[in-house]
Design a protein around this ligand. Structure first.
Ligand SMILES: *[C@@H]1O[C@H](CO)[C@@H](O)[C@H](O)[C@H]1NC(C)=O
Ligand SMILES: *[C@@H]1O[C@H](CO)[C@@H](O)[C@H](O)[C@H]1NC(C)=O
Ligand SMILES: *[C@@H]1O[C@H](CO)[C@@H](O)[C@H](O)[C@H]1NC(C)=O
Ligand SMILES: *[C@@H]1O[C@H](CO)[C@@H](O)[C@H](O)[C@H]1NC(C)=O
Ligand SMILES: *[C@@H]1O[C@H](CO)[C@@H](O)[C@H](O)[C@H]1NC(C)=O
Ligand SMILES: *[C@@H]1O[C@H](CO)[C@@H](O)[C@H](O)[C@H]1NC(C)=O
Ligand SMILES: *[C@@H]1O[C@H](CO)[C@@H](O)[C@H](O)[C@H]1NC(C)=O
Ligand SMILES: CC(=O)N[C@H]1CO[C@H](CO)[C@@H](O)[C@@H]1O
Length: 568
């Protein structure tokens, strides 16, 4: 044990030296500009490391050095998220999972925590890892970036040479490209729902700094979504003669003359919208954390009534999502997952989905995995049918300019909120079977949106999008269609979601910032302690309609007993 540690230490030391040498070498050759003086190497390296990374790796390869130990020393971009979580964004290719194949975050003071693989970012395909900021370094300022290592070792760096962590509340975190524009997702510039400043105040910057980047005009700015023009390729190639795979893209705020820190990237000629599949008429998009347990029922049900493709934005789950998705794929149900580790970004995720799915889906249903759409008029059918949901859609959607009247661009469906219905734990047969008691009055509504009808701003509030001129919203009557929202589940389930649910809407879930919000649970305080009479709460109406219909549609009499199609 002792001996192993010493070897690690030695190789770390050797690598520091080699790494510094190599990066200096690469710096001089790969980028024009001032030569970097040795003491600032590490600090400056982090700024340039992303686009130098490939070059460095190539160099290292040529020199056949021990890449793995050297990589350990690069301080990748890391973002301090709420609850002391650190998201590390790196080009590192994750090791196959298995015993011994682990990563660690090394912090100053020799504090270490394990780093768990947290998915590939949608556009840049950079790898993310999550680690927790150890207690010991929480009181230190500034927060210094951890080093990603393959063994739990001691801090090899000089902390005053290390760059600080990025702040989550002021960050360009994601981007994607269409043939006409670049869409940039930025936290901390516009507010969530209110009036947004004019796009003229901003510019997109492609490259590493204001002085060393190609800028383009922003033509739309709303919430966290900024749309700008593609950069001039000639100018970009002059700056990055290697035709870099990833060029950092960010937002310049004109008035303040500053550029938002960024982990978003641009790749010339790469369009993120998938054009391969034929367009599906109806898809569903959802965002969730640890929803694997509920996903199968939700997907199987909706796929049988007309949803052709499912897009799941996974915001940092650590459950068995991957396996459940594999099982669904084996049943030939089209499910795609995207990793979306960003907290409090539901609207932005929905905007992202609208662009991401633009060329593969005509209509998009935006609902959560605890929501099930149905129409009372289907209940007498002996089988589910893909025509069911399609019957909500207008027969034809002519372009609005071709007629004087507007076309339907969005269909709004009311939600009924179900209570715990006397369940003490997650019902094995599924939520549609277990929860049958609800509040009388419907709350909120969910929507089906024609993606081509969505306004350029991609603005959306609580599952509803702003539409282009010429399109209108149609509201379904309760007889035509409703959503069963299994919102207040058995206490064991509700408790698990409590903190995240509350923290999605208030700054700090323990604070009574917004006590009258509809997102608050009536009668529930700010601590996850089971309220008295929870099991029968919200039970104003017995509504077993979907339970009865789904029993008929999905109930299986197997030798092993009666089961629903989604039970395993
Ligand atoms: C970290 O560990 C190294 C090697 O064991 C030791 O020399 C150094 O003093 C430690 N630093 C701190 C802050 O504990
Ligand atoms: C993303 O990166 C991983 C690991 O390097 C690779 O296996 C995967 O194919 C990449 N995906 C895309 C879409 O490039
Ligand atoms: C760390 O870096 C600072 C600033 O460059 C320097 O003054 C200091 O001596 C370094 N400390 C060690 C232990 O090398
Ligand atoms: C792109 O940039 C180059 C070099 O700066 C310039 O000569 C050219 O006119 C620009 N093209 C466009 C379309 O703006
Ligand atoms: C996860 O998704 C929910 C919406 O379902 C959102 O409110 C929340 O902020 C997201 N992020 C995290 C880290 O939970
Ligand atoms: C379903 O069938 C029942 C009994 O045959 C009938 O009373 C009811 O009106 C039907 N409902 C619908 C929506 O067709
Ligand atoms: C719902 O049905 C159950 C069982 O039949 C009954 O005990 C309960 O009182 C009913 N609740 C309402 C609100 O009708
Ligand atoms: C962020 C940072 O530390 N930048 C430094 C990079 O190196 C130049 C030249 O040595 C410094 O002037 C910058 O401050």
């Amino acid at each position: 044990m002792r001996r192993k540690n010493r070897t690690t230490l030695l190789s770390v030391f050797v690598s520091v030296v080699l790494f510094a040498t190599v990066s200096l070498y690469v710096n001089r050759d790969a980028v024009s500009g001032p030569t970097i003086r040795p003491p600032t190497i590490l600090r400056n390296l982090s700024n340039t490391v992303q686009h130098l990374n490939l070059a460095i790796r190539e160099e290292l390869h040529i020199r056949s050095l021990q890449v793995s130990t050297i990589r350990d020393l690069q301080p990748p971009d890391s973002i301090l998220l709420p609850d002391w979580e650190v998201l590390v964004v790196t080009p590192e290719i994750p090791l196959s999972s298995g015993p011994g194949n682990r990563y660690y975050c090394l912090f100053q003071n020799n504090a270490t925590s394990t780093a768990n693989f947290a998915g590939f970012l949608p556009f840049s395909n950079l790898t993310t890892f999550k680690c927790v900021l150890p207690n010991r370094v929480r009181r230190l300022r500034p927060f210094v970036r951890p080093i990603l290592a393959k063994s739990p070792g001691n801090w090899p760096g000089n902390e005053s040479e290390m760059p600080g962590m990025l702040r989550w509340d002021f960050l360009a975190y994601e981007s994607l490209s269409t043939e006409n524009d670049v869409i940039l997702f930025v936290k901390g510039v516009n507010n969530r729902q209110g009036v947004n400043p004019s796009p003229a105040k901003f510019r997109c910057v492609f490259g590493d700094s204001v002085t060393n980047g190609v800028k383009t005009d922003v033509f739309s700015s709303a919430q966290e979504v900024f749309r700008c023009l593609h950069p001039n390729k000639t100018a970009l190639l002059r700056l990055f003669p290697g035709g870099e795979e990833r060029i950092r893209v960010s937002l310049e705020i004109g008035e303040e003359q500053r550029v938002v820190p960024s982990v978003a990237y641009y790749t010339p000629d790469k369009i993120s919208v998938a054009k391969r599949e034929a367009k599906a008429l109806l898809c569903a998009c959802t965002m969730g954390y640890n929803v694997a347990k509920f996903l199968k029922e939700w997907v199987v049900y909706h796929s049988k009534i007309g949803v052709e493709k499912f897009i799941v934005y996974d915001n940092g789950s650590d459950d068995n999502l991957e396996r459940v998705v594999e099982e669904l794929l084996e049943e030939y149900i089209n499910v795609e997952t995207l990793s979306w580790p960003w907290p409090k970004t539901q609207e932005a995720g929905f905007s992202h989905c609208a662009i991401h799915a633009r060329d593969s889906c005509e209509w998009m249903m935006y609902i959560d995995v605890d929501e099930f759409v149905f129409s009372p008029s289907w209940l007498n059918s002996s089988h589910p049918s893909s025509h069911m949901l399609r019957s909500f859609l207008p027969i034809m959607t002519p372009h609005p300019s071709s007629s004087s009247s507007s076309s339907i661009g969005q269909i709004s469906i009311r939600c009924f909120e179900f209570g715990p219905s006397n369940q003490g734990s997650h019902p094995m047969e599924g939520v549609t079977q277990g929860y049958t008691c609800r509040r009388r009055v419907e709350q909120r509504h969910k929507s089906l949106v024609l993606l081509d009808a969505i306004d350029t701003s991609l603005l959306n509030v609580i599952h509803h999008f702003e539409l282009k001129e010429g399109y209108r919203v149609e509201r379904l009557s309760k007889e035509e269609g409703v959503v069963n929202h299994y919102k207040y589940q058995a206490w064991s389930e509700f408790k698990a979601k409590f903190r995240r649910r509350v923290s999605a809407y208030v700054a700090d879930w323990r604070q009574e910032v917004n006590p009258n919000s509809k997102d608050r649970t009536p009668g529930l305080g700010y601590v996850p302690i089971e309220p008295k009479g929870w099991a029968m709460k919200f039970c104003e109406v017995n509504d077993s309609r979907l339970k009865v219909a789904t029993q008929k549609w999905f109930g299986l009499d197997l030798p092993s007993g009666y089961k629903m199609a989604w039970q395993r």
